[in-house]
Design a protein around this ligand. Sequence first.
Ligand code: 6PG
Length: 227
Amino acid sequence: MLSGGSTPRTLYALLASTYRDQIPWTRVHVFWTDERYVAAHDPNSNYRMARDTLLDHVPCPSGNVHPMPTHFSSPDAAARDYERTLRGYFHDSWPHVDLILLGLGEGGHTASLFPGSSALREQTRWVVAVTASAEPPRRLTLTLPVLSRAASIHVLVAGAKKAGALHHVLTGLPDPNAYPASGVRSAAGTVIWWVDREAASQLVVGTESRTPSSDAPTHPQADTHHD
Ligand code: 6PG
């Protein structure tokens, strides 16, 4: 499952070039974690970004690509339609997705789960429409119960603007209402954080000040990687 934003562009381009031949594309099914409610050709479309940087350059059959719909008159109808698509694919049981790629917003959002959103409390629906505190505001997003059932979650975080949010998410007590990304847990799998030096600048990792008792990860279910 793919996310949008600008951070994954480089990864998608690498998957379409350097790593293209290492992935069994004909057996890969692609879904999205969230989508801006704009036309598929709009520059803000997460589907368009993934298509331009990745999907147009790899032999993934078009029938395996499942973008979130944005042509319904209401985003809520589109969210329900995408949930039907997912339920059909996963035979109506909670999806156990192989791999979910997420990003982190400056305010702590992930997918299109924004601070204070009632979508963060959703326990039944798989996909909901939200009004985001970001442009464009109309969006569709997967809910936390879907994200948390993935076998592996990879969160890509880059840039100094993310440092504060990353620090809160990885070192604070989980508070999804304030920092939605802190609600991302993998019930049966792994969460791996890929962060660059700028984003990690407020984290203290691998320093000599570490004491034996502080060797336990500060965030039990998160592995943190940075370059
Ligand atoms: C979106 C997202 C969103 C994104 C973060 C990070 O559609 O906006 O899926 O959750 O991953 O906002 O975005 P950047 O990579 O652009 O900073």
